[in-house]
Design a protein around this ligand. Structure first.
Ligand SMILES: Cc1cc2nc3c(=O)[nH]c(=O)nc-3n(C[C@H](O)[C@H](O)[C@H](O)COP(=O)(O)OP(=O)(O)OC[C@H]3O[C@@H](n4cnc5c(N)ncnc54)[C@H](O)[C@@H]3O)c2cc1C
Length: 386
């Protein structure tokens, strides 16, 4: 997703672009993601502003790509599941209201009217409504962006992994691929998502990046008629094309452990579906259609990393958690910079901040903080139980 957006913006800006993709376009984490507009959970202010601006960028792309449908607007409903969540959600609503983002409290009756598919649990007394939301079909957008890039002269090579680079005088002078391609370029843009650190390391550069697993389950078609995105602390649910529903839970992610064991994935996927059935009775006859484990590329402070790596002068990185939502804007800003005009908006996201900070980096993005807290909470529960 991030590579497609960046390649398209660069080709539109007049650059000669070659895209090297190890597998298939729109695969990677962008094929195993919850893929919603994440603005409501983004902090600090610079990342929130970037996220809101990226929602507008999706809108601009909709006008530029008539007939391509990947963005589905949907409001979100959120309620507390355990005590600690109340204060976190209240704080979030207060913050969003102060930042002029539409967030309000509604009654359970109003929530039921907005989302008739929902069997609201008894503990849900206060429900937060965020009107401006969306879910995305990432693969559709990635393919459309690369088609547009190709129409402007870009070349895309799939099934061709970057395996080595040659550096000289602090620059990459050649990129080599598994299929034997040799490419020299003024700038190499590393958009390899969770593999971005590995690609940077080929050139001897350091890119601090965590890789955090997440399970995304898609149900078979079911008569839920779900219209909204639901966030119930330990379960996230959204509509999907073809009357399907997509499920995700940070708590369940914690139970994936260090690597996906497929029998375990099947058990966890069923657990997710069982939980979802309690909220959406329309899922009674549904089964798990797909269960995919994605690897989130998470910078240590949770913020995107965009810019040249200091160790290799022509190696530029664009990597972000929440990359499906942020890709259109990050891609355009990166292209602006590579065409000679560095956007001020990118300053908080430069790689140097992480390289200077070493290990002692605070997590600044609330969504990443919450994710880490929930996953480590669940791991502790697991180790207590075990
Ligand atoms: C469970 C889960 C939930 C999520 N929820 C959301 C959400 O709600 N909203 C949101 O915006 N984001 C969400 N994310 C994060 C988001 O999916 C990622 O940030 C995003 O998909 C990253 O996109 P990318 O293009 O950087 O990486 P990828 O999609 O992984 O693409 C990287 C590409 O690089 C290729 N590659 C790797 N190594 C090489 C190499 N050596 N040579 C050539 N090519 C290579 C790979 O094949 C891949 O196609 C979620 C992620 C997970 C796992």
């Amino acid at each position: 997703m991030v590579g497609a957006a960046t390649a398209c913006a660069l080709a539109e800006a007049g650059a000669e672009v070659e895209v090297l993709e190890a597998a298939a376009v729109g695969g990677g984490t962008s094929a195993a993601t919850f893929a919603v507009d994440v603005s409501r959970v983004k902090t600090p202010r610079a990342l929130f502003d970037l996220s809101v601006a990226s929602a507008s960028e999706h809108g601009a792309l909709e006008r530029a790509l008539p007939g391509v449908v990947w963005r589905h607007r949907a409001a979100s409903l959120e309620w507390a599941h355990v005590d600690g969540d109340h204060s976190r959600i209240r704080e979030r609503v207060r913050r969003l209201q102060a930042w002029a983002f539409p967030a309000e409290w509604i009654s359970p009756e109003r929530a039921r009217a907005l989302e008739p598919a929902l069997e609201l649990p008894g503990e849900a007394k206060e429900i937060a409504l965020y009107r401006d939301g969306a879910w995305y079909e990432a693969r559709v957008l990635a393919r459309a962006l690369l088609e547009r890039a190709c129409a402007r002269g870009a070349r895309v090579y799939e099934d061709d992994r970057v395996t080595a680079t040659t550096t000289s005088g602090g620059r990459i002078v050649e990129v080599r691929t598994a299929a034997g391609r040799r490419i020299d370029a003024d700038v190499i843009v590393d958009c390899a998502g969770p593999h971005a650190a590995k690609v940077a390391a080929l050139a001897g550069a350091t890119l601090p990046l965590r890789r955090l697993l997440g399970l995304v389950v898609t149900t078979s078609p079911a008569p839920t008629r779900l219209r909204t995105i639901l966030a119930a602390a330990d379960l996230n649910v959204r509509p999907e094309v073809g009357e399907r529903v997509v499920l995700h839970s940070w708590r369940v992610d914690a139970d994936l452990g260090g690597g996906p064991q497929w029998s375990r994935v099947a058990t966890l996927a069923s657990r997710l579906l069982d939980r979802a059935r309690a909220l959406l009775p329309g899922l009674a006859g549904a089964h798990v259609e797909s269960a995919r484990v994605g690897v989130r590329p998470v910078p240590p402070d949770g913020l995107p990393i965009v810019g040249f790596l200091p160790e290799v002068r022509n190696l530029y990185v664009v990597v972000a958690h929440s990359g499906v939502h942020l890709a259109p804007l990050l891609g355009r800003l990166a292209a602006e910079e590579l065409r000679g005009r560095a956007p001020a908006r990118l300053e908080p996201f430069r790689p140097a901040r992480l390289l200077a900070a070493g290990d002692g980096v605070d997590v600044e993005d609330e969504s990443v903080r919450t994710m880490l807290a929930q996953t480590s909470g669940a791991s502790q529960e697991r180790s207590r139980a075990g």
